[in-house]
Design a binder for this molecule. Structure first.
Ligand code: NAP
Length: 508
């Protein structure tokens, strides 16, 4: 074999990488690819703009519950965040500005919804197809769609018969004026508790349909004064220290997850907060959860509970019996007139469901839908055996309830870049994770979930229907950082595909 001669591939790959999704994850991957000198890639984005969840969720009051200085890239700090917790528009602006600053826009193909990805092990390429009939071939395929993009529409009898306006919180209709309307809002999760106080200020009457109350703690928000922004601009080290402090403060919140007794202590304080904020004792009781705090996502708000002190806001907890043409009927027999129904009912978070229209096939005819039939699993939440050079961002068991998901995304992208480096070093075409590596990783993760507050007896979007938690990382996030610094080569196979082997033989 000639030692340094470039290997002629029998067929050129069109692209080095295809990234699906132009939210935080896709953007981070694109920036790091460019930093590594890889420019032959595209981002396929289903909609017409970047931003992912921060483009979709425009409902009034939308804001992040992770502090902005931490909910941003470590390599693209912004000294002049206006508030401790950025609002949707400010975060969206940050994503758009970062896209432009790093020159990523020319790499994005908008309005390209991917519907299939197939790996050819002879050539070591993925072929991705889109709804418009376009075809992309690539060596690496990064799925950066995240789990919170497909609205979940509830299956409530009569919803399709309703004659008024219906929209989901992630598809807010800003042309519809809520002023003086009778509004029914379904759901009391992270989205609903943000828009309820805003809608209450406009609507004639707002009925809040609660199935399970959330534990809501005060939002320790504040505006950053101009002087602080100037200091952060002039002294980036201080901004980084501020970010580090926020990270470690948040990280300390992982303790109640592993020690539910601590969570129970915090819950007593939160009960006082509810009683302090809600005037009516019975309403306060209904708003107080009966499950251990942290089992479902802990929410933060200063204005959700007080919304129930308004004369035009009413809480309903008996459940919805049916929806009629112009009303919603509760299980305790009340018929509530409705001009508009807002669905704050969350997202289809199970990859097995949100990828149902997206066929992924790997080596030896493996289908992701089949391999994930009982649960979605990925090694480090990133790679899946039999799907070489395929990487997930915010994949199974890498979500967080206590810290910034941007931190996890950066770890994952670093890991992907390490895989690419190793492939070059080993002159291999693809990296394929060993099944045993995934099985051991999965066992470790699931064992660690046992006994946490998440298994203390509640239903949440963290779990699939059989109770298995497929969403959350059950360790400290710095442990994830440590484990994604380097690729453990013993956990993967590095493969030269037959076409490369033949080409090398010819070149030798
Ligand atoms: P969610 O937390 O899943 O809440 C959905 C709500 O709808 C729950 O109260 C649920 O009740 C209710 N619901 C669902 N189906 C229903 C049905 N058929 N009938 C009656 N009620 C029904 O969804 P989300 O509020 O959109 O938030 C999802 C995630 O997005 C959050 O956990 C968070 O990760 C992210 N998010 C973050 C922020 C932020 O940073 N501030 C804001 C919004 C969203 P049950 O609890 O009984 O299931």
């Amino acid at each position: 074999m000639t030692s340094q001669a470039p290997i002629q591939k029998p067929e050129q790959r069109s692209l080095d990488a295809v990234i699906v999704g132009a939210g935080f994850g896709g953007l981070c991957t694109a920036i790091k690819l460019r930093e590594a000198g890889i420019e032959n890639f595209v981002i396929l984005e289903k909609f017409g703009e970047v931003g992912g969840t921060w483009r979709d969720n425009t409902y009034p009051g939308a804001a992040c519950d992770v502090q902005s200085h931490l909910y941003s890239f470590s390599f693209a700090g912004k000294p002049d965040w206006n508030y401790r917790y950025g609002g949707q528009q400010e975060i969206r602006d940050y994503i758009e500005n970062t896209t432009d600053e790093y020159g990523i826009r020319p790499f994005i193909r908008f309005n390209q919804e991917v519907n299939g990805a197939h790996f050819d092990e002879q050539r070591g390429v993925w072929t991705l197809t889109t709804e418009n009939g376009d075809v992309y071939t690539t060596q690496h395929f990064v799925l950066a769609t995240g789990p919170l993009h497909e609205p979940s529409y509830p299956n409530i009898p009569g919803l399709d018969r309703f004659q008024g306006k219906v929209f989901h919180s992630a598809r807010w209709d800003h042309d519809y004026d809520l002023t003086d309307k009778n509004v029914v809002s379904i759901g009391t999760g992270a989205s609903a508790i943000q828009y309820v106080p805003e809608v209450a200020r406009q609507a004639k009457k707002l009925h809040v349909m609660q199935r399970t109350p959330a534990w809501i703690i005060p939002r320790d928000t504040r505006a950053y004064p101009a002087i602080e922004k100037r200091i952060f601009r002039r002294l980036p080290l201080l901004r980084k220290l501020h970010r580090a402090r926020l990270y470690w403060t948040n990280e300390s919140r992982v303790w109640p997850v592993f020690h539910p007794s601590l969570a129970k202590g915090l819950q007593q304080l939160t009960k006082l907060f509810i009683r302090h904020q809600v005037n009516d004792k019975e309403t306060a009781r209904k708003l107080t959860p009966s499950y251990t705090m942290g089992c479902k996502r802990i929410l933060i708000s200063n204005d959700y509970y007080p919304a129930f002190n308004r004369d035009n806001v009413e809480l309903h907890t008996s459940g919805i019996a049916e929806i009629r043409e112009n009303s919603v009927v509760t299980k305790d027999g009340q018929e509530l007139p409705a001009d508009c129904i807002i669905l704050g009912t969350g997202f289809v978070v199970d990859p097995r469901q949100y990828m149902r229209g997206f066929e992924v096939t790997g080596v030896n005819g493996h289908r992701l839908q089949d391999d994930w039939a009982d649960a979605s699993r990925a090694y480090m939440g990133i790679t899946v055996p039999n799907y070489p050079n395929f990487y997930l961002l915010v994949g199974p068991n890498t979500g967080l309830g206590h810290n910034s998901i941007i931190f996890m995304i950066e770890c994952q992208v670093h890991y992907i870049m390490e895989c690419l480096k190793l492939l070059r070093q080993k002159n291999a075409d693809y990296i394929d994770t060993r099944q045993q590596a995934l099985d051991e990783f999965d066992e470790e993760v699931q064992n660690n979930i046992e006994g946490t507050v998440w298994t203390s007896g509640c239903q949440s979007w963290y779990q699939q229907e059989d109770g298995r938690n497929v969403a959350l990382w059950p360790f400290s996030t710095w442990k994830y950082w440590l484990r994604t610094r380097r690729v453990d080569t013993s956990k993967h196979r590095f493969v030269q595909c037959p076409a490369t082997v033949n080409a090398e033989a010819e070149n030798a």
